[in-house]
Design a protein around this ligand. Structure first.
Ligand SMILES: O=C(O)CCC(=O)C(=O)O
Length: 250
């Protein structure tokens, strides 16, 4: 599996690529069932390992919550895109699910996935994000907003925008169908849209970071149980940071 020359160029120039129908119908159904099972099981604690967000259901630490996520975080297209963005030392920083609840109108503020550490001006990027569409993404149900080429600005939105909830003149929407994969340079300005429809808008969000930018042990974002560690390949463990100095295991 290889990204085309056009996709590689697009990732470098505008900062994102859209890969239609990367999951098949059966995978999608299994993922939906498993996510709903976890939401039910975790109840009001769902997402608490990373973020809780108003009007939104979240789940976190999914690398430890089912084999079903292995082909997601280690997908060859996603890893190839990450390597193009940040070089070979790619790590999964967070693997979350996000469901912007119907008819809540809860739009996110503009951000980068590196808001705290900023955006390098010299192209030395260290973050990449994959959004797996578990439902169709439409303008009405909150398809992600992005501003093309903002990874080239050397700035994150909070450094330059007065109102981070305001529309941006150059914004586009990542609309698509359930099963599509949308990958962007993590320094691209983006925001989850408001779900103003009756339709659900579930997504898996895989945040990748370069090894030297992964939080230290005290702030680790994946936590792998001994049981999960046993089932994973060495390649997967490396990707999840298990072998790094600050290890992600128990
Ligand atoms: O769900 C989305 O469309 C984007 C979510 C996002 O950027 C985040 O939660 O950091």
């Amino acid at each position: 599996m290889n990204l085309s020359a056009e996709q590689r160029e697009q990732l470098a120039e505008i900062g994102f690529i859209h890969l239609p129908q990367t999951l098949d119908g059966e995978q999608l159904e299994r993922l939906r069932d498993h996510l709903e099972y976890l939401w039910e099981k975790e109840g009001e604690n769902a997402g608490s390992e990373n973020y809780m967000e108003a009007n939104t259901r979240r789940l976190a630490n999914l690398a430890d919550k089912g084999d079903i996520f292995r082909p997601i975080y280690a997908h060859p297209y996603a890893l190839e895109a990450c390597k193009l963005v940040m070089g070979d030392d790619v790590r999964v920083s967070m693997l979350n699910a996000r469901d912007a609840l119907p008819n809540t109108g809860a739009r996110q503020l503009w951000h980068c996935d590196t808001d705290d550490s900023g955006t390098p001006e010299n192209g030395d990027y260290y973050a990449c994000t994959a959004i797996w569409m578990i439902d169709d993404f439409t303008e009405a149900n909150g398809a992600t907003y992005l501003v093309p080429k903002t990874h080239l600005t050397g700035k994150v939105p909070k450094q330059v925008m007065e109102d981070r909830y305001a529309a941006h003149p150059d914004e586009i929407r990542a609309t698509g169908r359930a099963g599509d994969l949308f990958i962007f340079n993590g320094h691209v300005w983006h925001a989850g849209g408001a779900n103003e429809s009756d339709a659900s808008r579930r997504a898996l969000l895989v945040h990748y970071m370069r090894k030297d930018h992964i939080p230290e042990r005290g702030d680790r974002r994946q936590h792998l149980s001994a049981e999960t560690v046993q089932t994973l390949t060495d390649k997967e463990l490396t990707l999840l940071g298990y072998h790094d100095d600050y290890g992600m295991g128990s």
